[in-house]
Design a protein around this ligand. Structure first.
Ligand SMILES: *[C@@H]1O[C@H](CO)[C@@H](O)[C@H](O)[C@H]1NC(C)=O
Ligand SMILES: *[C@@H]1O[C@H](CO)[C@@H](O)[C@H](O)[C@H]1NC(C)=O
Ligand SMILES: *[C@@H]1O[C@H](CO)[C@@H](O)[C@H](O)[C@H]1NC(C)=O
Ligand SMILES: *[C@@H]1O[C@H](CO)[C@@H](O)[C@H](O)[C@H]1NC(C)=O
Ligand SMILES: *[C@@H]1O[C@H](CO)[C@@H](O)[C@H](O)[C@H]1NC(C)=O
Ligand SMILES: *[C@@H]1O[C@H](CO)[C@@H](O)[C@H](O)[C@H]1NC(C)=O
Ligand SMILES: *[C@@H]1O[C@H](CO)[C@@H](O)[C@H](O)[C@H]1NC(C)=O
Ligand SMILES: *[C@@H]1O[C@H](CO)[C@@H](O)[C@H](O)[C@H]1NC(C)=O
Length: 496
């Protein structure tokens, strides 16, 4: 654009220079017609010389016309005036041209300024574009980084998902196993319940059998009751009729023994005779547990190596299972005995007897026993004393007695022993008296300083039983001098 403006300006200046040259060369030359055309973009400028009639019709541009211009002759007076006028005209035109040139210059200057402004605008736009590009670069980078992070997060998430899937798979596996186990358990439960029902059926069957056996035994027992009733009558009449006759006595003893055997057999049930000796009972509590419920004489075997012993069992009162270790009832047995006799026992289990210190020691050493003492006076009064714990020491311990947990029917103090005491007989003085209690009071007993009782004393009959220091004595029942009519000492395992 600038170069075009410069070209236009150049053309103008050429035209002006030509015109001025023509002016100087004379009127002919000045009258010469010169047409200049300048094209510049949308604008076109046409320069025309002012006097057209002077212009030759021939070739206006040829250089000959200038030579012909100088040839005319006859300069006249009016010629000077015309020349002056012509000069003025030219000056004016020049002035006009100058004005127009100035105008043109102004226009060009204006144009140039707007172009510059436009160029500046371009630059601004370019910079803006550059900044935009930079911005988009940053954005691109940020986006790239973001997508990177996103990808990582996604990767992590998918990894976690895979893990979760694996976990859930193993959980399913476990659940399946659990299900299998519980199924197995159900199956086992079903089987065990079936077994249970079978067991119950067997049990009921067994119970029925047992009940029928019991019934049989009860019948036998009733029969036995009839027999023993009849036997008692027989015995009484026998005793009355021939207590003196040794022959009869022997028969009576035989009869008695056979009755006892029968009682034993009946008490132990139909299977008892087939039992081996080592299966014998140790005390009356065991016999009671085996089903016997009737009072009477039974056989026990206290220790492995000892002989079987006959003993009276109290089965019917105070819960039964009582092993009687001492019995006084009619004075038929002599209780003035030696240490050895008290050790081994004496008397008749069906009547009066002493079981024996060794047997009592063996029994009360293998389990905890309680002791019950039952007393009866000549006025038909009864009393008892009971000890929760009762134990007899060995022979080396002089069959020392230990009792505790006392209670009795009259609420008094213990009638037996305030503390432990050793056993004494007339031939073994182990008491705590300077005297010899066994000599003084008779019998074998756990004398202290002769003490408050002696159930093995002399048996006095009715009417002779008062004021007797050596009688069958229990001080807290009937006082110190009263000899009792009947006594029983019995033991039973605690809780058995
Ligand atoms: C100068 O130009 C104007 C118009 O552009 C015209 O009217 C005027 O006659 C011209 N003057 C001369 C002396 O040519
Ligand atoms: C615009 O910038 C580019 C380079 O980024 C350059 O080549 C060009 O000449 C510039 N234009 C103007 C008008 O500045
Ligand atoms: C933007 O990133 C894409 C691919 O990530 C690339 O093709 C493009 O050229 C980038 N643009 C710029 C301006 O960097
Ligand atoms: C996705 O994680 C795996 C391994 O866990 C790796 O091999 C891989 O290159 C990761 N891909 C990306 C895009 O991080
Ligand atoms: C017992 O004897 C009586 C008669 O003395 C008798 O009626 C009863 O049937 C007998 N009992 C048994 C079980 O034999
Ligand atoms: C026993 O025999 C004696 C004589 O030997 C006699 O005195 C006594 O009365 C008899 N007793 C009885 C119960 O028969
Ligand atoms: C009795 O015999 C049995 C077996 O024969 C034995 O185990 C037990 O110790 C014996 N008891 C005594 C007190 O000898
Ligand atoms: C029993 O006898 C033993 C041994 O002789 C003795 O140590 C003990 O003190 C006696 N006990 C009583 C209560 O007298």
């Amino acid at each position: 654009m600038l170069s075009r403006a410069a070209m236009l300006l150049g053309g103008l200046l050429l035209a002006v220079a030509t015109m001025i040259a023509a002016q100087r060369s004379g009127p002919e030359a000045a009258a010469q017609c010169q047409v200049h055309l300048v094209q510049s973009g949308p604008c076109s400028y046409t320069f025309v010389l002012p006097d057209p009639q002077l212009c030759p019709l021939g070739d206006p541009g040829s250089p000959d016309s200038l030579q012909r211009d100088v040839s005319p002759t006859a300069p006249s007076a009016s010629l000077g005036a015309w020349r002056a006028q012509r000069m003025r005209q030219l000056e004016k035109a020049l002035e006009n041209s100058t004005l127009r040139l100035q105008k043109l210059e102004r226009y060009i200057q204006m144009n140039l300024r707007s172009k510059l402004a436009r160029a500046q605008q371009h630059m601004v736009q370019n910079q803006t574009a550059a900044m935009l590009e930079l911005g988009s670069d940053i954005l691109n980078e940020t986006a790239a980084r973001t997508s990177d992070v996103e990808a990582k997060v996604l990767n992590e998430t998918s990894r976690l998902e895979v893990q979760m899937m694996e976990t859930s798979l193993s959980t399913e596996e476990l659940e399946k196993q659990l299900l299998q186990h519980s199924n197995e358990l159900h199956r086992l439960q079903g089987r065990s319940s079936a077994l249970e029902t079978r067991l119950q059926a067997l049990e009921t069957q067994q119970q029925e059998d047992l009940a029928s056996l019991r019934e049989e035994k009860e019948q036998l027992r009733r029969l036995l009751g009839n027999h023993s009733g009849a036997l008692a009558v027989l015995e009484r009449s026998l005793r009355l009729a021939s207590s003196n006759s040794s022959l009869l006595q022997m028969q009576q003893r035989q009869l008695l023994e056979s009755v006892q055997r029968l009682v034993h057999v009946m008490a132990q049930g139909p299977a008892a005779p087939m039992r081996a000796p080592e299966q014998m009972f140790q005390d009356c509590a065991e016999i009671r547990r085996s089903g016997a419920t009737a009072d009477g004489v039974y056989t026990i075997r206290v220790a492995n190596d000892s002989e079987p012993k006959k003993v009276f069992c109290g089965m019917e009162s105070n819960g039964g299972g009582w092993t009687i270790i001492q019995r006084r009832v009619d004075g038929s047995e002599d209780f003035q005995r030696s240490w050895k006799e008290y050790k081994e026992g004496f008397g008749n289990p069906a009547g009066e007897y002493w079981l024996g210190n060794e047997a009592i020691h063996q029994l009360t050493s293998r389990a905890t026993y309680s002791l019950r003492v039952e007393l009866e006076d000549w006025e038909d009064q009864e009393a008892y004393a009971q000890y929760e714990r009762f134990q007899l020491g060995s022979e080396a311990q002089l069959y020392r007695i230990s009792v505790s947990g006392y209670s009795d029917s009259v609420g008094r103090q213990t009638g037996l022993f305030l503390r432990s005491a050793n056993f004494s007989t007339r031939d073994a003085d182990n008491d705590n008296c300077v005297c010899e209690c066994a000599q003084l009071l008779s019998g074998g007993w756990w004398f202290d300083a002769c003490g408050l009782s002696n159930l093995n004393g002399v048996y006095y009959r009715d009417g002779q039983h008062l004021r007797r220091m050596d009688g069958v004595r229990w001080q807290y029942f009937r006082g110190p001098g009263y000899s009792l009519r009947a006594t029983r000492m019995m033991i039973r395992p605690v809780g058995g």
